[in-house]
Ligand binder design. Structure first.
Ligand SMILES: *Cc1c(COP(=O)(O)O)cnc(C)c1O
Length: 396
């Protein structure tokens, strides 16, 4: 899989690498030399897959959405990551990384979070493994996402509100990196998406690749073939998308369509459409596309969905888009909201607002009746009820 996968130096084409402060060099080198060995170790795999089965509830179902299929004139399957423990795909990754942290002898876990989903998934596995957990969260986000902040505290994590910058995800990430620099020996940093310095993007993609591993088996059972015609996922940093496409990257017959958040429109100045609007730069340790001003200042992104509201994009996805392996569509707030209501009405499933962006692709493409389309339903909509209620009021 060399063509689309990370190379020896941690690059996907011209994207990726590890641009880190000197003090973290040993840590990141150590991680780089350890992660593959651990992830491929049978003992690790047994513990990881046992927990995925008994604790997370995997395999997640691949559900043939009949009424949705009828509406769009093709065969649509939903990969139900929304049914995982903690309500999204993020737990697949945090389980893997905490097992790795244990094996590396680390005792203190740090993480950053925006909407709080990764923070909750991290606090959850720290409770499970009895590890100290510190989660950095922008003060604005602590306010906006009270329930998740409270969940983390109940799970035993220390939530540190970050008051620098815009007090959102980007600032929380800076603070987490600062913490890591001051405690390099005992601390493990659990990154929540396919972002950050090498080897994180590759490690997170591998830990999420259980999604495509299952899709292959489930499609073979249901359709008599492993490959779908289309795979669709939303991209924030890119982890649910990476997991969904991982085992299909070298299958040219599988079309990959990813949805990024257009916010109020890609030309509105209020968007998080990084692949459409981003330029080459370095963010959080990796060389990738990012939204920046003329003089290279990172621009504050906007999306109705907190999980897609990130000014960068995982280097793997920058490369897949640039090389033409993936097609990236920008889906607006309004389109995503429409899709969330539609899925709820047609299938009785309230999706996360992030996942509703993936559903937004359905209205933008023409499918043939025999096409098999798999959409990653990355999370459930409980956390977004306030948004949905407000939008419903606005529309009346
Ligand atoms: C965090 C999140 C995302 C975005 O993160 P990726 O790393 O791009 O997958 C998407 N959907 C849900 C439900 C999330 O919680």
């Amino acid at each position: 899989m060399q063509k689309y996968n990370v190379n020896q130096n941690g690059f996907y084409g011209e994207f990726g690498g590890a641009y880190i402060p000197e003090i973290l060099y040993d840590n990141v080198e150590n991680l780089k030399h350890t992660y593959r060995k651990v992830l491929e170790d049978p003992q690790f795999q047994k513990e990881y897959y046992d927990l995925l089965r008994d604790y997370v509830g995997r395999p997640s179902p691949l559900y043939l959405a009949k009424r949705l299929s009828e509406k769009y004139g093709c065969k649509i399957y939903l990969k139900r990551e929304d049914l995982n423990h903690t309500g999204a795909h993020k737990i697949n990754n945090t389980i893997g990384q905490i097992l790795l942290a244990q094996r590396m002898g680390k005792t203190r876990i740090i993480a950053e979070t925006g909407a709080g989903q990764h923070g909750v998934a991290t606090a959850t596995v720290c409770a499970l493994m009895n590890m100290e957990c510190i989660v950095y969260m922008g003060a604005t986000d602590v306010e906006r996402q009270k329930l998740n902040a409270e969940k983390m505290k109940m799970l035993g994590a220390k939530v540190v509100p970050v008051t620098s910058g815009n007090m959102t995800l980007k600032d929380a990430t800076n603070e987490a990196i600062r913490d890591w620099c001051s405690h390099p020996s005992d601390t493990y940093y659990i990154i929540g998406s396919t972002v950050g310095p090498h080897p994180y993007p590759d490690m997170v993609a591998r830990l999420q690749s259980v999604i495509s591993e299952e899709i292959r088996k489930q499609l073979l059972e249901k359709e008599g073939r492993e490959n779908p015609d289309y795979l669709i996922a939303c991209v924030g940093g890119g982890s649910n998308a990476a997991g969904t496409i991982y085992h299909f990257l070298d299958e040219p017959s599988v079309n990959i369509i990813l949805a990024e958040a257009a916010g109020k429109g890609i030309d509105s100045g209020e968007s998080a459409a990084t692949i459409h609007l981003g330029k080459l730069g370095i963010i959080h340790g990796s060389r990738t596309l990012l939204m920046q001003s003329e003089d290279g200042q990172i621009e504050e992104p906007y999306s109705i969905s907190a999980g897609l509201d990130y000014p960068g994009i995982g280097p793997m996805h920058a490369h897949l888009a640039q090389s033409g392996r993936s097609e990236v569509l920008a889906v607006t707030d309004d389109e995503a909201i429409d899709q969330a209501f539609e899925l709820t009405k047609l299938e009785g499933i309230i999706p996360a607002i992030e996942s509703a962006h993936a559903l937004g692709v359905l209205g933008k493409k023409k499918f043939r009746s025999e096409d098999v389309v798999v959409i990653c339903l990355s999370g459930r909509g409980d956390k977004d009820m306030e948004t949905y209620v407000n939008e419903q009021k606005k529309r009346k």
